[in-house]
Structure formats: structure tokens, C-alpha cells
Design a protein around this ligand. Structure first.
Ligand code: SF4
Length: 320
């Protein structure tokens, strides 16, 4: 059941990850993280591209062969079965039709759904180093480069999980803004809200995007907005280091300098240092910061996505 208070956010997902028996062998690859934890917060749109293009279940497995940057998807038993064009066309169709998705979770290693490092076999029967992307996934990512995309396996890493879901919420917020009619002021406010999030993930782009937004009046908004959003999503994709998070925590604590006493300041500094050194997770200094900001509210800080980029009960910052 979805958590009620926030707007519904849709995420596309490889159907086998939700437990649908759509794999070539009639099985599934249910991910409890997706089917239980994340399903409480998002509306999943399950898609199995191989079933959608008409391959039955069970079916002959397919694999990638040829040039890793442009492989073909063919049958493992009958290589004359070539579904490359069908998978690519279906990826392009989904990207065009489902423009209300705010993210996509893919099944790793699949010649259709795998995001990266999928085995690509050579004429000698051996896979090439590095591999490639599944053909459905590749078409989707090429058609929609701003969409946050991640593989189920990588979501087991707490840092990658937190990063992916932060981007999903940012993407959804941008879509809502776009759907209600984007204005220059709304874009500037949106950017202002993501400043500290950007400072944590990519300090250089934090400065570059700040300079870019300062020139917003010099270009038509419908040209400026997609360029800005593309750069923002690229910057948010970088995972924030403990050093960068600590830097943001220091900046935020600066807003409290006239409001809290020296003992409280020392306690906060101590926890930020402990976080930087890996002794405590991010949630510890953040909880104390939020406690102080509840007692001494600051409108600019309260509006920062960094303080709560995703629902608290997802507990994403307890493990990073
Ligand atoms: Fe279908 Fe993709 Fe799962 Fe394969 S990995 S069963 S194509 S959803």
C-alpha cells in the first residue's frame, strides 16, 4: 500500500523483480526491497520487454552477440532468432509513452533489461571484457537521458540506493513543476531548493549551475530549462562523499551560529566530525541539526531538499 501524504511517484521496473513469472524459464527474480519496501512509497509500472515483443514464457533464452557498443540480441539455440530491432523499438516506445515515470529499476545482466556490463559474446564463444547494455534498457536510456535509472543489484549498496531515490524525488518534483507551467521564478526557486543537495554531490557543478541560473533571462525558458535540468541530473548522479556531506553540514550549522550556545555548537561539531570519520551514519548529525532548526526555524534552510530529499521512513540515511 502506498504511503498517503506525498503525490504518487511512478517508477518503471523489470516485471520479474516484482515476482511476475516472466523469465525465460517461467521463473521470477523478486526483489523484496522493491516488492515490499519501495512498493509502499512508489507506484511501480512493471514491464517485461521480452514478453511485450511476443516471446512466450517459457521461451528460448536470448543473449547479446557482436560489437559491444552495438550488439544484437539473438536466440542461444537458434541464432537466426534476432529480436534486436523489436527490443530497441519497444524501449523507444515506452520512453515516448510513459513520460510520467520518475525513475526506472532494471534487472541486471539481462540482454534486454541490463543497464551495464551485460555479457556480449564474440564469435569465439567468449564474452568480451566490460560487456554492454541490454537493448531495451539502452533504447530507454538513450531516449530519456535525464531519467534516473538503476539496477536492482546495485540498489543493495546503501550509497547508490540513497543517491538513486534522491534523484527520483528530484525528477518527480521537476515533472510536477513542468506540468503546472514552468516559469523563470519557479525554476530559480527549484534551483535554490537543490543547492545543498548539489553541493554534496558535485561541488563544481554547484558553482557552474549557480552561474548558469544567474543568466536565466538571456535565453528563452523552453531552451534554458531542459539544458539546466540535464546538467542538474548529471550532477546529482554523482555519489556524495563523507567529506562533501560534512562540508554541507558545516554550511548548514552556520545558520545556527547566533541561535545556539557553545555547548550545543560543540556537540554538533563533534557529531559532524564523527560522521566525517565514519563513526556514525549521516542521520546522526542531521537529526541534531533538524532538532535545532525546529527550535530556531530558518525559511531558506527549511526549504532545502538536502534536509529531507526522500521520506524519513525510508531510512535511507541510516546506512550511509
Ligand atoms: Fe523480462 Fe527483463 Fe525480467 Fe528478462 S529481465 S524477464 S526481459 S523483465
Amino acid at each position: 500500500m502506498l504511503t498517503p501524504s506525498r503525490p504518487v511517484i511512478k517508477i518503471g521496473i523489470s516485471a520479474c523483480l516484482l515476482g511476475s513469472p516472466v523469465r525465460f524459464n517461467g521463473g521470477h527474480k523478486e526483489s523484496r526491497l522493491c516488492s515490499e519496501t519501495l512498493a509502499r512509497h512508489f507506484e511501480f509500472v512493471p514491464i517485461c520487454p521480452e514478453v511485450a515483443i511476443g516471446l512466450g514464457t517459457p521461451r528460448e533464452p536470448i543473449r547479446l552477440v557482436g560489437e559491444p557498443t552495438n550488439p544484437r540480441a539473438v536466440g542461444t539455440v537458434h541464432p537466426e532468432l534476432d529480436v534486436s530491432d523489436a527490443l530497441t523499438a519497444y524501449g523507444e516506445r515506452i520512453a515516448a509513452e510513459l513520460d510520467d515515470l520518475s525513475g526506472y529499476i532494471l534487472m541486471q545482466k539481462s540482454p534486454s533489461c541490463g543497464m551495464e556490463r551485460v555479457k556480449v559474446y564474440q564469435a569465439n564463444g567468449h564474452p568480451v571484457d566490460g560487456g554492454g547494455s541490454g537493448l531495451f534498457a539502452r533504447a530507454l536510456m538513450q531516449a530519456w537521458p535525464d531519467l534516473p535509472v538503476e539496477e536492482d543489484g546495485r540498489l543493495n549498496d546503501p550509497v547508490l540506493r540513497e543517491n538513486f531515490l534522491s534523484r527520483v524525488f528530484a525528477h518527480a518534483e521537476w515533472q510536477r513543476l513542468r506540468d503546472t507551467g514552468l516559469t523563470r521564478k519557479a525554476l530559480v526557486d527549484f534551483h535554490s531548493r537543490y543547492k545543498y543537495q548539489l553541493m554534496a554531490t558535485d561541488p563544481l557543478q554547484y558553482k557552474a549551475l549557480g552561474r548558469m541560473v544567474a543568466t536565466i533571462g538571456k535565453m528563452p525558458l523552453d531552451e534554458f530549462a531542459p539544458t539546466y535540468f540535464r546538467q542538474l541530473m548529471q550532477a546529482l548522479k554523482k555519489t556524495a562523499s563523507r567529506g562533501n556531506h560534512s562540508n554541507v553540514l558545516q554550511h548548514l550549522s552556520g545558520y545556527l551560529k547566533r541561535d545556539i550556545g557553545s555547548e550545543d555548537k560543540q556537540e554538533l561539531q563533534h557529531l559532524i566530525t564523527q560522521y566525517r570519520e565514519g563513526v556514525v551514519p549521516l542521520v546522526v548529525p542531521l537529526t541534531l541539526l533538524k532538532h535545532h532548526f525546529r527550535r530556531h526555524p530558518d525559511r531558506y534552510v527549511a526549504n532545502q531538499a538536502y534536509l529531507q530529499p526522500h521520506p524519513e521512513n525510508l531510512s535511507l540515511r541510516n546506512a550511509i
